[in-house]
Write a protein that binds this ligand. Structure first.
Ligand SMILES: Nc1ncnc2c1ncn2[C@@H]1O[C@H](COP(=O)(O)OP(=O)(O)OP(=O)(O)O)[C@@H](O)[C@H]1O
Length: 428
């Protein structure tokens, strides 16, 4: 089987002169954004060290990543290689590149932290970790007790800022789901079985029947996340002892309302999606059989669908930019095959819609992971070209008042009915 990522074509050294991510409109959060793409290189693990695997990835200026072909390195000095084989190396530029010494805090500060302010102001944002199996996605997104990852650090900071903001009242609730073998399961309430996606004209893509848990502090949120993780589908594979076999999506919804709001005030509703994708993998490299092989095929199917969407969206953005440079208006856009998998339907907003999006690309530096690393970087390089348009989600409070009025009306009529029954009984 060919790894999903291999469908993405990238040129050696492409993107070196890339401008940093930008906002085309003049206001703090709304506007057109390029997807922010970061790369994180994990350290060689104990097995790779015991196996004397070559370290084939170099990071320069926290922006450039260079991958050396291990077949040209065998027996040679890695630094000599750099001088002798400059033309053979693969070199990419990204918004941020973190080497193996980068702390969880550093990765978080450059990626998800900058999404928090917008989400509190009613904007949507997404961060997802992409990479080969065992490359460090779950470590980056979730981490562990000693080194919490982006999900927990983001939630911590979010509640910090909510506490500090005395001008508004906030309501925070969260959902946590997995996409496993093309089925959606609620990780916080797995007894609900498989859930369906639907498109809401106001909320965008929604999972019908998913349980939303209201949360008021970090401790509560961590408990919910831990509970959800116990329900996540994880199996040992040859490449990773605790390989995530599903895509996990945590969504935090934040409703913000001015404390001084009068009856016609507005409610801002922001949504932050934090996504730990399952690892892309080659069946030949993982030696998987039976159920693991079927899972792998489904994982690759959804990642291939994601790659195809990224390709279509990136081509659109390039064509629009070209048309703009030539003073033309581009009218035709590519068909984006979101419907090819549950994952792409679920992430439609994150890529092609109303969301500021950060992609964290995880790679291993080990020589025996060379192909996976290069494929992953090509994929990420393509994603840099995608642009999303971010707008604020505002709901008129009048609509809520109307809802409450309806509820009060129903309760009153129920109460009246009960009173009637009571009177009837007394009269008998
Ligand atoms: N930056 C890092 N520093 C230290 N250890 C790391 C780092 N990244 C990953 N690891 C370790 O490497 C192992 C594999 O990482 P992880 O489980 O995060 O991979 P993954 O990409 O989520 O894999 P899969 O797709 O199979 O679930 C874990 O033991 C993890 O703790």
């Amino acid at each position: 089987m060919v790894a999903a990522a291999s469908r993405i074509e990238g040129n050696m050294g492409e993107g070196i002169n890339r401008e940093p991510s930008f906002q085309e409109e003049e206001d703090e959060f709304s506007g057109v954004y390029s997807i922010d793409v970061a790369v994180r290189v994990r350290p060689l693990n104990s097995m790779e060290l015991a196996d004397s695997q070559l370290h084939t990835v170099r990071v320069m200026d926290e922006k450039i990543v260079v991958v050396l072909d291990p077949s040209k390195l065998e027996g040679g000095n890695e630094d000599d290689y750099l001088r002798a084989h400059r033309s053979r190396e693969r070199r990419y530029t990204f918004d941020h590149v973190f080497d193996e010494t980068a702390s969880q805090q550093k990765v978080y500060a450059a990626t998800t932290e900058k999404l928090i302010g917008g989400v509190m102001e009613g904007f949507n944002a997404s961060c997802f970790a992409y990479g080969a199996t065992g490359a460090g996605k779950t470590y980056t997104m979730l981490g562990n007790k000693e080194n919490p990852g982006c999900m927990l650090l983001t939630v911590g900071e979010l509640f910090h800022r909510i506490e500090d903001d005395t001008s508004k009242t906030y309501r925070v609730y969260l959902t946590y789901l997995e996409v496993y073998n093309e089925n959606i399961r609620d990780l916080l309430n797995p007894s609900t079985g498989y859930l369906d996606l639907r498109e809401d004209p106001v909320k965008g893509i929604c999972v019908a029947g998913i349980t939303e848990f209201s949360t008021t502090n970090v401790g509560e949120t961590m408990e919910l996340l831990q509970r959800g993780n116990l329900n996540r589908t994880v199996e040992p594979t040859k490449k990773n002892e605790t390989s995530s076999r599903s895509h996990a999506v945590m969504q935090i919804m934040i409703e913000a309302k001015e404390k001084t709001a009068d009856i016609s005030e507005q409610v801002k509703i922001g949504k932050l999606s934090l996504i730990d994708l399952a690892g892309s993998e080659r069946a030949s490299a993982t030696d998987n059989r039976g159920a693991r092989l079927v899972e792998g095929a489904n994982i690759n199917r959804s990642l291939l669908a994601l790659a195809n969407c990224i390709n279509a969206l990136a081509s659109d953005s390039e064509a629009a930019a070209r048309a703009g440079r030539n003073g033309r208006r581009r009218v035709r856009s590519n068909f984006v095959p979101y419907r090819d998998s549950k994952l792409t339907r679920l992430l439609k907003d994150s890529f092609g819609g109303n969301s500021r999006t950060v992609m964290i690309t995880n790679v291993s530096p080990a020589g025996n992971q060379y192909e996976e690393t290069v494929n992953t970087l090509k994929y990420a390089n393509r994603a840099k070209d995608i642009k999303t348009k971010v707008v604020q989600n505002v709901v008129e409070l009048d609509a809520h008042v109307l809802q409450y009025q309806n509820i009060i009306r129903e309760l009153r009529s129920e109460h009246r009915g009960q009173e009637g029954e009571e009177r009837g009984r007394l009269a008998v």
